[in-house]
Design a protein around this ligand. Structure first.
Ligand SMILES: NC(=O)c1ccc[n+]([C@@H]2O[C@H](COP(=O)([O-])OP(=O)(O)OC[C@H]3O[C@@H](n4cnc5c(N)ncnc54)[C@H](OP(=O)(O)O)[C@@H]3O)[C@@H](O)[C@H]2O)c1
Length: 369
């Protein structure tokens, strides 16, 4: 074992007691892999790193050195930029590469073409946003979206999905389908989520008082805990599973009512009974009339109707057969709240997602059941 490998593994063991897929304790892999992560220092990358270390793998990060430089100091870092400065990757060998930070096909092409001679397996983290339509349930063979302006490299709400679909093509073209794993996650949630979308619900319950619960308790939701996605990703590298996988919870498993109930229970357990959280269920028609937006004002929730009828019904049997295991809702909510309550005060009070408190009060006051 090389010295750096020993340091990475022993630091992981010293952290100890961590849990991986679906909350199970992690046992070391039979054969340690050398894994390059393009990215690695934010949200999903942090969980992949922790899980890979727990499994005894040896990691290298490639990034610009701008994000979370204090996390995992024991990991080797190669500094560069996917936008053309990838020379630091030349002349090195790894067993697999995880592309966690590819948003523009040119960047993926550059890294995949450079690495294909020296790294046999490419895993690209894509997204369910690749699909052209959410009017009905998608599986992996559903059509993907197309760019209105084919040459664009601007990543925004309209181009993100189609650009990711082209990134998938770039990885497959360079590596061949037999050496490429494409993961298409739905909303990734859990501790360290820098978007605050799922976090909004346990955080809002913990603030206490009356709060808006959107639509109906039975409204379906889908997501994936970052720790379960991390475990699935590393597992596909260990078993050399290739192909394209929707990576999200089974349709119908999670609901808005379940998320609200779990958030209230976690809040009561963590912050005590003072100003107890009280969800007020408001119908989607009333919320629309009040211009309360699904997803942005009411994170995670999109009513299953019209163009979004299939949004929370994505099929994921292929990933389930390949070993994807998603932990219980209560675990995700409890751990997300625990992480949130340990954040700096400013991050706790100003969330990046969810309806503003003043506006929420106005909407609740306007509701006359
Ligand atoms: N969040 C979700 O709900 C969701 C859902 C579906 C799919 N996804 C996908 O999940 C993946 C991971 O997302 P994430 O939010 O965890 O991480 P991310 O923000 O996509 O990536 C951050 C990492 O990439 C590095 N990085 C960023 N730009 C770089 C560049 N130009 N050159 C080199 N390194 C660069 C960052 O380090 P430096 O800043 O130091 O360079 C950091 O380590 C993404 O591919 C995303 O599309 C996310």
């Amino acid at each position: 074992m090389r010295r750096r490998h020993f340091l990475q593994a022993s630091t992981a063991l010293a952290i100890g007691g961590l849990t991986g897929a679906a909350g199970a304790s992690v046992t070391p892999a039979r054969r340690p892999l050398r894994i390059l992560i393009l990215g690695g220092t934010r949200f999903l990358g942090l969980h992949m790193t922790q899980y890979a270390l727990d499994r005894g793998h040896w990691l290298t990060f490639f990034n610009r050195g701008r994000t979370n430089n204090d996390r995992f100091p024991q990991i080797e870092r190669i500094k560069g930029d996917r936008n053309g400065e990838v020379g630091g990757l030349a002349g090195r060998n790894w067993d697999a590469v995880i592309d966690n930070s590819g948003y523009v096909p040119r960047h993926v092409r550059l890294s995949a073409q450079l690495l294909r001679a020296s790294v046999p397996h490419y895993l690209f983290v894509s997204t369910l946003s690749v699909y052209a339509s959410f009017a009905s349930a998608n599986d992996e063979d559903s059509p993907v979206g197309k760019l209105a302006e084919p040459a664009t490299e601007t990543v925004d709400g309209a181009t993100y999905g189609p650009l990711k679909a082209l990134c998938e093509d770039a990885a497959r073209d360079a590596y061949g389908a037999g050496n490429t794993t494409i993961l298409r996650p739905g909303l990734i949630v859990g501790p360290d989520d820098n978007t605050d979308r799922f976090t909004y619900w346990p955080a809002r319950a913990a603030r206490g008082g009356r709060f808006i619960a959107p639509g109906k308790p039975s409204d379906p939701l889908q997501w994936i805990d970052a720790r379960d996605l991390a475990a699935f990703a590393i597992d596909t590298l260990e078993r050399r599973v290739t192909g394209t996988f929707n990576a999200v919870s089974a349709p119908g498993r999670f609901t808005m009512g379940g998320l609200v109930d779990a958030s209230v229970a976690a809040a009561k357990a963590s912050v005590g009974p003072k100003d107890a959280p009280q969800p007020v269920w408001l119908p989607s028609e009333f919320l629309a009339a009040q211009q309360v937006q699904p997803w942005s004002d009411m994170p995670v929730w999109v009513p299953s109707e019209g163009d979004s009828a299939g949004f929370a019904a994505t099929r994921m049997q292929r990933a389930a057969v390949a070993g994807l295991n998603i932990r219980a809702l209560d675990d995700t909510v409890r751990d997300t709240l625990r992480w949130h309550l340990a954040r700096p005060a400013a991050e706790q009070t100003t969330l990046k997602a969810g309806i503003a408190p003043v506006r929420e009060t106005e909407v609740l006051a306007a509701w006359k059941p």
